[in-house]
Design a protein around this ligand. Sequence first.
Ligand code: 9GP
Length: 796
Amino acid sequence: MGDQTLKDAILSHLKYSLGKDADHATIYDWRVALSLATRDRIVDPWFQSTRATYRAGAKRVYYLSMEFLIGRLLEDAMVNTGILDEAKAAFDGMGLPFDKIIHDEPDAALGNGGLGRLAACFLESLSTLGIPAYGYGIRYEHGLFRQRFDHGRQVEEPEDWLTQEHVWEFERPEAAFEIGFAGETFENGGRTVWRPNESVMAQAFDTPVIGWKGEWANTLRLWGALPTKVLDLGLFNRGDYAGAAEPEALARTISRVLYPDDTTDEGKALRLKQEYFFTAASLRDILRRFESEHSDLRDLPKKVAIQMNDTHPAIAGPELVRLLHDERGLPFADAMMVARGCLNYTNHTLLPEALERWSEGLMGHLLPRHMRLIEMINESHSQQYPGVTIIEHDQVKMGELSFVMASKVNGVSALHTELMKETVFKDLNGLHPERIVNQTNGVTPRRWLKTCNPGLAGVVTQAIGDGWVGDAEKLVELEPHIADSGFLERFTAAKRANKETLSNWFGTELGVKVDPSAMFDVQIKRIHEYKRQHLNILETIALWQEMRDNPNGDWTPRVVVFGGKAAPGYHFAKDIIYLINSVARVVNADPITSKLLKIVYPPNYNVTLAERLIPATDLSEQISTAGKEASGTGNMKFALNGAMTVGTLDGANVEIREHVGAENFFLFGMTAQEVWARREVEDHAGQAIAADPKLARALDSLRNGTFADGDHDRFRGIADNVSGPDYFLVASDFSDYWRASREADAAFRDPARWARMTALNTARSGWFSSDRTIRGYASEIWDALPPKPLRSIAAA
Ligand code: 9GP
């Protein structure tokens, strides 16, 4: 490296790492060469960070997560190391298409949604703040499935990001642990020994994660599964080639596919194996690192804070006790105390079907020693605190296990944390009232404003300087500028330019022509009944019907955009997708409303698509049934990028509204308490439908074949659900949603007012930075600090 310019470094990698000469290099070659040149700028701060951590004997944070939805890394890394402009100039100078090169990168979809993306934001913030940390997870060969639509229906195809070399990672063959399953336990010399009869190797792959300004880098360590024995030579020599290759195939299965569903319970045994696999490998790595520096295991909580991201790594409790008690000989009570001193648990959902439970039979078979330890943990807890059990109806309740084994348990928004105390963990909270704390989620402003929305970020920086990038709460300094019409014009022009870019993309990629001056109304997230995409499409149908009745009315033209995947086995959610696409087909072809309403559903929603849609959004749809969305993080990204929200009092919407001001938020719907009361009302849906002819008419259109080529039955299931049980209260919230949506329309027709409201959303959203969230975890949960001010480390 030395004094080499970035351009020289790119050319040098092209030649010596890829073996290509510039005349014959493809876009892929250039992208890999640029990535390697960027990675070179990260390695030194990465080493310095590790050295500084060792020198200071600092406490490390270990974030255990089944999912890290990191998306593309190149642009983010260039932004954080400050080389983006130089890179662009280098490629412009060579006459090469810079945008195309950076968009060549595959989107690493190692997560389902919010939980995984949160983990990725947290890693970046941990590095930005200089807190020594490791993210631990699984290196899935296939991330979340790729979604395509076949005549409007979702089709899942395997995702294959690793068919290309993943240039950011370093393979660590020396960092490998043998992980066992099943087998038997026996007593030997006063200790319990577990002898598994099946095992795989967990091998580490490290990706450095660089923080803002390139001063500190932490490590994302993902485990890949390898066979302990590559080939059964005996079988091979006897001609049984398939049998001989089986150990390898079976082992690799563990890290082959991201479990595509966070709500249903297929593939249980494999899922439990995945959970144990990465948790066990991570804990061994953590203990190895600790023991290389310290001798007294009782000091572990002083040096190690482990965060269990949801219950997926909950087996960490019994596994850590096993490592300390069975393998290292600490008395059981001490092992419990040390383990609990290190472990913390974040709960991300109150949905009962998403709170994991494992049958005792499966747990006892795959992890016999752990099952026994869970019984011991349960006994020791219930002796001290009668009334709560971890094992019930032959099932291990992983939420309760995590709670009992954690120092702190946190929810992810103020409302969610309160509801946790009142519902799922009511009894445990009564026994341990100090244990539950709140840490409202956040998003990194580097990726979710500076990188994804350079136009708007430039307007902000021009007004207040770039201090906001490292300290997003400085965005409040925008407020005085909002009185300046020149600033508002620039703000609006940046949004308008993003909308034009997106409109062109809709045209070229999806064949849908939209008017960039229409209101862009966007709902992007996993498709789920509680998120209520069906409420949105019903309201859109009603709007279309009203527009057709009165095409010359005072309408605000809308482009309604959806994005999101449904779990493959979640049929109702897949029907909602089919309905949205079917409505889009009819509405978009309607000449009467063609200037007023369009519906766009780009397939395969992922991080990259979010980065494209959010900067161009006017109205953000956050319309879940109150009490169901733990927090949401998309809601924060939209507000930060100057979109207005139409939303319920759910998750972090509540705090967003408090921050941006009630007058800058379109609120509708019942509160969580009202939702509970409403469910008790007999025929609540029927009453709501009878009271709102627009809703009745929209539901009729689902039953009379309007969107189904005359087929009366295709979408009847959705109509019947909303008219009948309607657990998610679509019917009951419909009228108020309609009202709030029309208020949004009216506000949009007043451009000066709209501009002010949206700029205030940006100015007041700095609190939703994941830097603030991580500071909260660091002080209230981990007791972890940066070893030194960052600049002095970089200089050392
Ligand atoms: O559903 C929650 C979402 O509301 C939250 O923002 C996110 C991050 O905390 O976690 C989601 N939960 C899950 O993905 C699975 O429990």
